[in-house]
Structure formats: C-alpha cells, structure tokens
Design a protein around this ligand. Structure first.
Ligand SMILES: Cc1ncc(COP(=O)(O)O)c(C=O)c1O
Length: 471
C-alpha cells in the first residue's frame, strides 16, 4: 500500500486561528559545536572478568546482525532513520522546529546545561536507578527447566521520582523550555506518567503546565491525574484516546508558538522530537552498560522493553545498537489478540504512513484511516510508533513481539508475588513475554528487562480483573 498522508500535523494547524510566526525564530543559526552526549561518571570497581557470555541463542538473526553495524545506521541529524521520520508539518512550523533543534543541540554541548541536568537527575529524580537481579523470578523459570535458565535483571525505572522513565526526558525538556523563554508547557499523556513527570518538572522550574488526556484515561489512571492537579497542572479532558490527546496538545501549541513549549514524552512526532526523547532517555542504557560491567563484568545478552511509542525501549536499546551480540526485543500491546483487531501492535500489524508529523509504521484501515488501538495499559494505546524503532525493525537489528492484556496481567501478578515489585501495566508487557522467551535462552544468559514504571496507578485495574471479576 502506498505511503498514506494520514493525520499529518497539518491537520492540527487547520483548526487554529491564532497562529503566530516569529521571523527571528527562522534566523537562528545552527551551532557548529560537536555534540558530545552527556556521560555519567560512575566509579567502576575491579572488574570480574570470569563471566563467560553464553553462545548466541538459536533464534538470533545472525545475518541481520552482521549487516547492521553502527556505521551503517543512518544519521539522525536530518531526523530521518532510513525512510522513516522527517518533518511533515506546515512550512511555518518548520522554523519553530528548527529553533527547537538548535536549542537542543546547544544544550547538548553546553556544560552548564549538562551539569544542571546531571544534578537534577541525581538529586531530584533519584538516579542512577538500580539494575536489580530478580532472583526469585529467575529461579521460577529455572525450576521449570532442571535448574537451568537465564538470569533476569530489572532496570528499575519505576524507582525514579514520579514512578517512571518519563522523568528523565521531562526534566531535560522543561529546562530547554525555560532556556527558550517559554512560560507554559503543553503536553499529552496516556498512562499519566509523562503528565505527572512534566507537571512535577514544571513545578520545580516555575512553569505553567497543561496536560491533555483522554477522558477514558483520566478515569483509569486517576491516581496520576490527582497528583498532576496537586502539582499545579491543568488537566484537559479530550474525547477519544491518547492519540487524540496528542493531537489536541499539538493544536494548543500551534495556537501560541511564542509562549508555549510542546513537551513530547513519546518518541514520535516531527524531528527533532523523537531524537530529543531518545537522547534524554538514553541514560537508561548508559547506566545499564556500566552496571552490567560492575555486576558480571560483561554486557547484557538480551534487552527487553515494552513499546508504546518507543521512548523507554530506545532509552535502553540505543547504547547497545552497535553491539551486534546484544539482542534487542521490543514488546507491543497485543490487547485481546492480534486476530481480534483490538490491539496496539503497530509494528506487527501496521503499514507505513504519516502521522503526527513523521513517517512511521501506523495502524490504519484500507482507506488510510487511523485505527483506534486497544490495550489494557493506557500508555501502550497509540496507533503509531517512533521512526527510529520502525527503522530498527526494518533493518532487522531489533526484534519485536506482542504480549496480550492477559499476559500483562499475569506478569503484573507474578512480579508482585515473586519479587514484591508492582510494575506498571506498560512494563508488565515486557515482563509478559518472558514465558515464551525464557525457554529459548541458554543457561546463564543475562537478560535485562526495562521496568519502565511503577504499577500503583494500575492496582485497581488488576485487582478488579483478578479478584472482583472472578467472584
Ligand atoms: C511506565 C510506562 N512504560 C512504557 C510506556 C510506553 O511508552 P514508551 O514506549 O514511549 O516508553 C509508558 C507510556 O505512557 C509508560 O508510562
């Protein structure tokens, strides 16, 4: 099917009457400074080099790994990842996005910005987050296979202030909003984790915050909504789902480009939004590499993360894209099953199209209309996925699979009972693939699962489904 121009950001513009364009924004000169990604200094202890990595798993696509090396990865300076990404927006918005890109690059090469961000991540968010050896979960799987199986570790993003990985990006981007002189931050949220992180970061920096959220998500994630309001944010209810809340946030931003900053928490949207989110989330993978070295003197063999739009998956994967011996596995929301049509499995069932300003995989019908996705996890319910993940799928560098609602519920309960940890239902999708993945892995394989968020927000949903519905 030909590439469909469905719901590009242009549609947001057409409903706006107040649009203003600042000429000087277009005149911003792009900095020539070399972008040096921020590195976190952790003192490494003596390395234990006795760890011998297990042989590659039989299902590993060796051909794909041989052909994809870091040098082959497309540059993201143009916002294109292979044929994905780009900036499909009205001409007048291009200047604003260019200014945003310039500010982003300036911030990356500005030591003062990096120092302030590092301090905020450490003292406010509570980084670094632990790489936790889930011993009882590992034992559970080993006990089903004569005591053999992988060692499972959790990257505890749920322990960040605000309860998720979303804080990493929200802190950095609110700092950029302030540098740009914007007084109000607008955003959208599905699970409420990104809304909560943004509301908190705005309170910290003295910025106003408006969060757009689907009415049905306000209902099912109310504990996060309550906190957003207590933190001083305005929460605007939107008909439809997370995708409609995202469109509404774009419209609000386009209505007042001078004063408002659109803070995306998803790895989607026009360039530079996906690259910014990926960059600010990449701390997850950088820490994981150092923590793996400290703990077993090697790299992880397999990384697993849930895929809503790709923020937490890219955050974990990006550091390891050039390490062909590390498997990258993304898990999409399988909802009621792929054949039911009621799922959020964009990479499994989507086709290439344009949505929210970029080319990517997208769930759409034969007429190019975007299909309403479904997932028990509000944060997985987006009909698209980020361009970088789309590229990683197409190049074969990353593998993707799905976990259904029921599998996520099972994983939530399992982690509660075996480890005393309650994962968000989004993170429970990553854990929900372990039943199928673990039997294919060799003894001693080091698996890191991104526990992207805390599941207190989902306790009522799981409790009702697992206890009340069965009475
Ligand atoms: C805790 C958590 N994990 C995962 C996701 C999925 O989004 P993404 O794929 O962009 O990380 C969300 C989205 O809201 C979330 O709140």
């Amino acid at each position: 099917m030909a590439c469909k121009l469905q719901g590009a950001l242009t549609s947001c513009h057409s409903r706006t009457t107040k649009f203003k364009y600042q000429k000087e924004r277009a005149a911003i000169v792009m900095p020539k400074a070399v972008v040096t990604p921020h590195t976190f200094k952790t003192k490494l202890p003596e390395l234990n080099l006795t760890y011998v990595p297990p042989p590659p798993t039989p299902s590993l696509d060796k051909k794909a790994l041989e052909t994809v090396h870091e040098k082959d990865l497309p540059t993201n300076t143009s916002g294109k990842f292979g044929r994905f990404g780009g900036k499909f927006v009205p001409e007048t918005l291009v200047a604003c996005l260019s200014q945003l890109e310039a500010e982003f690059k300036n911030a990356l090469s500005d030591h003062a910005f990096q120092a302030e961000l590092a301090e905020a991540l450490r003292d406010y968010a509570g980084r670094e987050t632990p790489l936790y050896h889930a011993k009882r979960l590992s034992e559970y799987y080993k006990s089903r296979n004569n005591g053999k199986g992988p060692d499972i570790y959790l990257k505890r993003e749920d322990l960040n202030h605000g309860g998720s990985h979303k804080m990493n990006n929200a802190l950095a981007q609110t700092m950029i909003a302030k540098r740009m002189g914007c007084k109000t931050v607008v955003t959208s949220t599905g699970s409420g984790h990104h809304g909560l992180a943004t509301a908190a970061a705005c309170a910290k920096l003295g910025l106003e915050c408006t969060v757009f959220m689907a009415a049905k998500d306000i209902d099912r994630q109310y504990s996060n909504v309550r906190l957003m309001k207590l933190l001083g944010a305005e929460v605007e209810a939107v008909d439809g789902g997370f995708r409609d809340a995202a469109s509404e946030a774009f419209r609000c931003w386009v209505g007042d480009l001078e004063k408002k900053y659109h803070l995306t928490g998803s790895a989607v949207g026009p360039h530079p939004c996906p690259s910014m989110v990926r960059e600010f989330q990449s701390v997850i993978g950088k820490e994981t590499r150092m923590q793996a070295l400290e703990k077993w003197g090697g790299k992880p063999d397999v990384l697993v993360a849930s895929v809503g739009t790709g923020a937490n998956a890219l955050g974990l994967f990006h550091e390891f894209i050039g390490d062909g011996d590390v498997r990258l596995i993304g898990v999409e929301g399988g909802g009621l099953g792929l054949e039911s049509g009621r799922h959020s499995s964009t990479l499994a069932k989507g086709e290439v199209g344009v949505y929210h300003g970029a080319i990517s995989y997208l769930l759409q019908d034969d007429d190019g209309q975007v299909i309403h996705p479904h997932s028990i996890a509000a944060g997985m319910e987006y009909p698209g996925v980020g361009p970088e993940l789309s590229f990683l799928k197409e190049s074969g560098r990353a593998e993707f699979c799905v976990a259904t609602d029921e599998e996520a519920l099972d994983a939530y309960e399992k982690l509660c009972k075996l480890e005393g940890i309650f994962p968000s239902l989004e993170a429970a999708h990553a854990l929900g693939t372990l039943d199928k993945l673990v039997p294919t892995l060799c003894d001693g394989t080091k698996v890191v699962v991104n526990c992207s968020g805390s599941g207190d927000k989902d306790a009522a949903i799981v409790f009702n489904r697992r206890f009340l519905d069965k009475q």
